[in-house]
Design a protein around this ligand. Structure first.
Ligand SMILES: Cc1ncc(COP(=O)(O)O)c(C=O)c1O
Length: 372
């Protein structure tokens, strides 16, 4: 594959920081996890940060800390990565999908309120909302918070894709009771595998710290007061995260440049919308909307034949076999379903060169002509 979909941005100092850990032989539960937590919490301006082994683990521990239970319901978009929803199933709770807005691809505040009102009539458990800042674009948080406060719905922010993005000058990750970031190599910064919880809630931070480490609440090693997990982030990953966080602004800037180039090059297709309330955009992926009549699979194959990796971000979660078995079917979320038939993620990473972007644009134009 000549032009991959994503590519981690790793510099010499990142490698050196990881090598330091290996040389020290302190490979787990050492100083780097805390360094990584400290740099992240001061960046997003939250009181606490809890580093864990993945973004999914971060979301799971937030739900656990909030005592999310079987009778409770998680409202969530279907146009997201599947773990935004799955964490509710881990706790045997209910998942309720809500449709999105066709422009930002984020959950529609109106649809959210309608579904909350419906659920309140039948539901005897608590309601939680998983707010996903999709592809790095913030939700319309003022509207969302107003709705959730009015109906007593607890907000968790799945900001896994939005490290550094800002809504009206405030960092994503800080709008709910707790937020998350994920660090798989396609993200803005990477730790290999990894995630982090950010929160101002002391109890969530304390419980999450205990549960990531097998439920230990005291310093005594074999004393387990809670049901916990091994969701710890090792020292090599933490050191990489720490080193990468030091250059987050530079990385966001580089990705912004790539996004601006695409905007100019792709004047023949619908490029992403950025709402004016987004005071800072931290691009995760670059997703274009192809014409309505297009055969997406043919486009993906054609691009691959020409050395360019693309993917249909996202396939609706409610139509995955797991959720179809729970009663979700085609027709339930019309905007999500129609949009996902024509959304395509194209190569996007910090060091993507203009020449490569030109090549992507050239073949994408050809593909649209051929398959529309
Ligand atoms: C919106 C969203 N939520 C959750 C996750 C889960 O993160 P991880 O893959 O680190 O478990 C991701 C990762 O891609 C994501 O994009």
């Amino acid at each position: 594959m000549k032009i991959p979909l994503s590519n981690a941005y790793i510099e010499k100092d990142d490698i050196e920081e990881v090598l330091n850990v290996l040389k020290s032989k302190r490979l787990a539960l050492g100083p780097y996890m805390e360094k990584f937590e400290n740099i992240t919490k001061s960046y997003v301006k939250s009181k606490f940060a809890v580093a864990v082994s993945s973004g999914t683990a971060a979301l799971h521990l937030i739900l656990k800390s909030l005592n999310f239970k079987e009778k409770d319901t998680l409202l969530v978009p279907s146009f997201t990565f599947i773990s935004s929803a799955n964490v509710a199933l881990y706790e045997k709770g209910k998942v309720h999908f809500v449709d999105i807005e066709g422009d930002t691809l984020n959950i529609s505040p109106n649809a959210l309120e309608e579904e909350i009102v419906k659920l309140k009539k039948t539901n005897n458990g608590k309601l939680f909302f998983m707010g996903v800042d999709i592809f790095g674009h913030p939700l319309d948080w003022d509207k969302i918070i107003k709705i959730c406060e009015k109906h007593d719905v607890t907000i968790i922010e799945d900001s896994c894709e939005a490290l550094g993005s800002e809504y009206k000058g405030k960092k994503c990750g800080t709008f709910g009771i707790a937020g998350t970031f994920a660090f798989y190599p396609n993200k803005q910064i990477t730790t290999g595998e990894g995630g982090i919880i950010v929160t101002n809630d002391e109890k969530i931070a304390r419980l999450a710290k205990a549960m990531r480490n097998q439920g230990r609440t005291s310093k005594k090693w074999l004393s387990h007061e809670l049901l916990g997990y091994n969701y710890r982030l090792d020292e090599m990953s933490s050191a990489l995260g720490y080193s990468q966080m030091k250059k987050i602004d530079k990385i966001i800037e580089m990705r912004n440049k790539v996004a601006q180039n695409y905007k100019k090059l792709l004047n023949f297709v619908e490029t992403p919308t950025t709402k004016e309330y987004t005071t800072k955009m931290s691009w995760f992926v670059y997703v274009v909307k192809l014409p309505k009549e297009i055969d997406l699979n043919k486009v993906i194959t054609f691009m691959k034949e020409n050395g360019i990796e693309t993917k249909n971000y996202f396939a609706p979660v409610h139509l995955q076999p797991l959720y179809k078995d729970l009663g979700w079917k085609e027709g339930m979320l019309p905007i999500t379903e129609s949009v996902s038939k024509r959304t395509l993620a194209i190569p996007f990473y910090s060091e993507l060169t203009f020449e490569k972007q030109e090549k992507v644009a050239f073949y994408l134009k050809k593909a649209i002509e051929l398959f529309t």
